[in-house]
Ligand binder design. Structure first.
Ligand code: ARG
Length: 588
């Protein structure tokens, strides 16, 4: 269905035209003086410039016509030339009724259904997930859900870091620790064992050790590079061992993403395009896109309009080795072949923005993507601690994602159990649900590109602009609805009524913004717009709740109207938190 602002703009256009002015001046916006009106139109100001007359005169003439229009309950022309508007209660009710009836509350299917690939998560195999990866997972998941809700075909790809140097480091360290493993026996011809010769705990210890050694010990580093080379060139034993590393790591990753309510459609990684690298490199050479520079193969990507230096995109190092760029470009090539996406969105730390600029330009220049394919980098800022520096553990180390989750769960559990008595099991489960909301909302309510401070006390608070506050609001509504049913009410038999108070109307007006909010959140890849909408709606509901007696209302018809409004509010709130990737408990 049409967005409310568009419907109102239609009426305004007609009025401007009828008054003898350019109809394009008729545009409704949300009022920036909510104390005076709900909507406004500034068209008379622009019209006055064109016609060199007084804006107030135009506004008055248009107002005279609009006053007769039943869609507005109040139209006032005010100096210097604004039109202040209030929506008629009956029309507002009808609009919400339509939202209730329609699929997705009236969000229209897109004119053109797009295929969108979202590259997010980006964990590195064999390395524990740290909080840097948290943002990518949270933001990417939400963007995926919003785009899907808008009606597009969306494919989420985790794009594992599972190739290259880190793998060589792990293999080399394993070789030192367990030299007798069959994988290192070059003469071995048989099948390799099914089970991995290490556990996830061991694996997580191996990588940091190896990484540290490679920085201090040049012989170790050289051996690790050799191991990488052998792996990438198909050494049987190394490949088999690597497969174990991958399996053990991915199993562990899946459990964590599961806890985060993050789900990928594709578990592809850098290694999956290894077989394409040679062809891609040949293609770039043959078509004259790539040139040799100091032994390395590069593609120039600078443009005349650049204001800063954009270095060439390196395709192969001077020793012939592939890099992060190479696998990313080959992945673009493969995605185009298999999925023909219209858009690829990369949700990655904003410090990689120059890198992606190079890769995107290179993909465009070498025609790996079509003319109409969009590559979009959604760079996110850093999650900082209260001291404003990147988030650390108490002893100054890198915070593991699991530790963060555990600590937030505990804090939430403490708050919930001090709030009310609850069975142990339910309290634990509820704490998990609410903690996830605390973390995700804390992250998503900021504009993605900005740094933000992870403040566990604030994020887990039941008051203010927080996840728990929203969940608390939903739980409150659920409880009223349950009591209504217990009192013999039937939720299928309720229907909306015209607003009878300012707070009721305000809640209805908030609700009416839903479909334009979704559109903006999608177009601007901006989950924080969903958050702002949720917070406004929750506030509007709580104000309404405080000055309305709902369950004790004696006029049953009026009461049924309230309940219908509550149902719609709850359904919208739940839809929105689902778009952010979390859910609400039944009680808290
Ligand atoms: N694994 C990378 C990292 O930890 C992120 C991957 C981002 N995606 C991509 N296509 N490069 O930094």
């Amino acid at each position: 269905m049409e967005k409310l602002l568009e419907l109102l703009s239609e009426e305004l256009k007609q009025a401007f035209e009828d008054a003898g002015y350019d109809k394009n001046l008729g545009k409704a916006t949300i009022s920036n003086r909510p104390d005076l009106c709900e909507f406004q139109c500034n068209g008379a100001m622009a019209g006055a410039k064109q016609l060199k007359t007084a804006p107030l005169l135009i506004a008055q003439k248009v107002a005279e016509i609009l006053t007769k229009n039943p869609i507005f309950s109040e139209v006032v022309a005010v100096a210097p030339g604004f039109l202040n508007l209030k929506l008629d209660e009956g029309h507002l009710k009808a609009y919400l009724e339509q939202m209730t009836k329609e699929d997705k509350f009236g969000v229209k299917e897109p004119k053109q259904k797009k295929t969108i690939m979202i590259d997010y998560g980006g964990p590195n195999v064999a390395k524990p997930l740290h909080i840097g990866h948290l943002r990518s997972a949270i933001i990417g998941e939400s963007i995926k859900r919003i785009a899907r809700y808008q009606g597009h075909q969306v494919i989420g790809d985790v794009h594992l870091g599972d190739w290259g140097q880190p793998m060589g480091l792990v293999i080399n360290e394993l070789k030192l620790r367990k030299p007798d493993l069959i994988y290192f026996d070059d003469t071995y011809q048989g099948e390799y064992p099914q089970d991995a010769p290490f556990s996830i705990t061991e694996l997580e210890d191996i990588y940091p050790t190896a990484s540290k050694k490679s920085k201090e010990d040049s012989e170790f580093k050289e051996k690790a590079m050799e191991a990488t080379f052998r792996l990438q060139n198909g050494d049987r034993g190394y490949r088999a061992l690597w497969k174990h590393i991958l399996d053990v790591s991915v199993t562990d990753l899946k459990t964590i993403y599961d806890k985060l309510n993050v789900e990928f459609d594709l578990w592809k990684g850098e290694s999956d395009v290894d077989h394409k690298l040679a062809d891609m490199v040949a293609y770039m050479k043959e078509n004259g896109y790539a040139r040799i520079s100091e032994g390395a193969l590069v593609v120039d990507v600078k443009e005349e309009t650049d204001t800063k230096e954009i270095p060439p995109c390196m395709i192969l190092k001077s020793d012939g080795a592939a890099l992060y760029n190479t696998t990313d470009l080959a992945t673009i090539m493969e995605r185009m072949e298999v999925y023909q996406p219209d858009t690829m969105i990369y949700v990655v730390d904003k410090r990689q923005d120059l890198y992606f600029e190079q890769v995107f330009r290179c993909a465009k220049k070498t025609k790996l993507i079509g003319e109409n394919t969009t590559l979009k980098f959604l760079g996110f800022g850093t999650m900082n601690g209260k001291d404003g520096k990147p988030f650390k553990t108490r002893d100054g180390g890198v915070m593991r994602l699991e530790t963060l989750l555990k600590e937030t769960n505990e804090e939430m559990y403490r708050k919930i159990t001090t709030n009310r008595a609850m069975e142990e099991e339910e309290a634990v489960q509820t704490a998990k649900i609410v903690a996830l909301a605390a973390i995700k909302y804390g992250d998503l309510s900021n504009q993605a590109a900005k740094d933000y401070i992870f403040d566990i006390d604030r994020f887990t608070s039941f008051e203010g602009d927080t996840g728990p506050y929203l969940l608390y609001t939903i739980v409150r509504i659920k409880s009223i609805l349950n009591k209504y049913v217990e009192q013999g009410g039937n939720l299928d038999n309720v229907s909306l009524k015209e607003a009878g108070s300012a707070s009721e109307k305000n809640l209805m007006l908030e609700i009416s913004k839903f479909n334009s909010m979704i559109e903006t959140a999608y177009e601007e890849t901006a989950p924080h717009k969903v958050c702002a909408f949720l917070y406004d709606m929750a506030n509007a509901f709580n104000t309404f709740y405080h000055d309305t007696k709902i369950l004790s209302e004696e006029d049953k018809d009026k009461q049924a109207g309230y309940i219908a409004l509550l149902l719609l509010t709850k359904n919208l709130l739940e839809t929105c938190i689902d778009l952010l990737g979390f859910s609400a408990p039944d009680r808290m």
